[in-house]
Design a protein around this ligand. Structure first.
Ligand SMILES: [Mg+2]
Length: 448
């Protein structure tokens, strides 16, 4: 909502020279575009086999569109209206006008003058436009190769995680409350650190989980800057039937971030919640188009479950078989909504995607994975680190929610006085290195 515009800090933007936003727009985004162009180019033979000469022509046109896009970005040209036939075109073009109105009429909005959140989302949407405008290759996922690779590169970690899960499931009838709590914290943290495996921050460079995830948890604990895990736990416990494990009333929504190892950690955590009676239903939310290099689409979601099921490892394939059954029985479900791939701050959701907002209001707990969700939760603004998380949410409070995020962008709220300053001394890149993380909770029922 734009009503409090004057009350909130400015949006992070490439107009602040030397800032992380500036470096991202200047260096990282063009690198990603170059890789996309290369991927399309390398797929030329595939397009020819599938669509003949028409496929090759489409490949050429898409590449020339994207080269032009890269040039627009690098020379700070005006942001252009979208021009394809996807259903969100009107939303994007209205948002563009909104941004123009904020800047005033003196100059057109451009890549380095606009909010970073907006232009970064816009770049991914323009990549989609390049494909949508060239029909035979419209549905090509330029990031699929990297996502697939990151899954296979994490095989050992996935095996050890699935083995841990299946060993744990054997104890379901005799597990003590204390052990349940301990394992809840462990698997929540695995899902948290799974968020390190992000291909957009490394501009598509390999970024897989190579070590055993359970063994590193203890050493990583000191890098969790805010840890509200126990509020997540008590939220779920309060919805649990007394004494009877099967009676949880909790519906948990997981707003996913990345495919590859991270998605597996999310599925393992979700399996744990269902199996141990901490949730009765899990709804996963993913992207409807390829997004931020490694984000989960419906195809990635289904593919991952199939791959885990088809693995040549007893506990891994058993995990996959469980997950397929949860999907079939509706205990788990996958949803996408165009709002997740719009540039809007989440406080805009009640007005700009009221259907999604009311869906989320029916949830008992929403887990927001990753950095982009955090940036949208906090409107990607230059907040003081000590500002309360609730304040940075600017009224976005559909249900109890928790951000599970490793820090990869320079926005972080809810810290103790002095905490941010100390971190800056110890490690100047603390907000962008992915080394630190938060488990940050907020509830509309909370008393302040
Ligand atoms: Mg991502």
């Amino acid at each position: 909502m734009e009503t409090n515009q004057a009350m909130v800090p400015h949006s992070l933007s490439a107009r602040f020279e030397g800032s992380f936003a500036y470096l991202t727009v200047k260096d990282r985004l063009p690198t990603i575009l170059t890789k996309v162009i290369d991927t399309i180019h390398r797929s030329k033979n595939k397009f020819f086999e599938e669509h003949g000469e028409e496929g090759v022509q489409a490949e050429k046109r898409a590449i020339s569109f994207l080269s032009k896009l890269r040039n627009e970005l690098q020379t700070d040209k005006p942001i252009l209206a979208l021009n394809d036939t996807m259903q969100d075109v009107e939303d994007w073009n209205q948002y563009m006008q909104r941004q123009q109105a904020l800047l005033g009429d003196s100059e057109p909005i451009s890549w380095f003058k606009s909010p970073w959140l907006y232009v970064e989302c816009y770049m991914y949407r323009r990549i989609q436009e390049a494909l949508k405008l060239n029909p035979p290759i419209s549905n090509f996922d330029v990031f699929k190769e990297g996502k697939t690779q990151s899954f296979f590169d994490s095989q050992q970690a996935i095996i050890s995680l699935c083995t841990y899960l299946q060993e744990l499931i054997k104890t379901v009838d005799k597990i003590s409350e204390k052990q349940l709590h301990e394992n809840f914290l462990k698997l929540l943290q695995v899902s948290l650190w799974g968020n390190k495996c992000d291909l957009s921050i490394s501009a598509g460079q390999e970024n897989a989980q190579k070590t055993s995830p359970m063994e590193t948890l203890h050493d990583l604990k000191c890098f969790i800057l805010v840890d509200d895990s126990d509020m997540v736990w008590s939220t779920l416990m309060s919805l649990r039937g007394s004494g009877d494990q099967d009676k949880s009333r909790a519906r948990v929504d997981v707003v996913l971030d990345n495919a590859g190892f991270e998605l597996v950690t999310d599925l393992v955590f979700a399996d744990f919640l269902i199996t141990f009676g901490l949730a009765k239903e899990i709804r996963f939310h993913g992207k409807s188009i390829p997004w931020f290099v490694s984000d989960v689409t419906k195809h990635d979601f289904d593919w991952t479950i199939m791959q885990v099921m088809a693995a040549n490892h007893k506990w891994m394939s058993m995990s996959g078989a469980h997950w397929k059954r949860y999907m079939k029985e509706g205990l788990w479900s996958y949803h996408d909504h165009p709002f997740w791939t719009l540039p809007h701050e989440f406080c805009d959701m009640p007005l700009d995607a009221p259907d999604l907002y009311s869906t989320l209001q029916a949830s008992d707990l929403i887990l927001f994975k990753g950095d982009l969700n955090y940036r949208k939760l906090t409107s990607d603004r230059d907040w003081e680190h000590t500002v309360r998380f609730e304040k940075a949410l600017r009224g976005f409070q559909p249900a109890p929610l928790c951000s599970l995020r490793t820090l990869k962008a320079n926005v972080q709220v809810g810290l103790q006085p002095g905490q941010g300053e100390n971190l800056s001394v110890q490690n100047p890149n603390w907000m962008t290195s992915g080394k630190y993380a938060v488990v940050q909770f907020s509830s509309p029922h909370q008393k302040h």
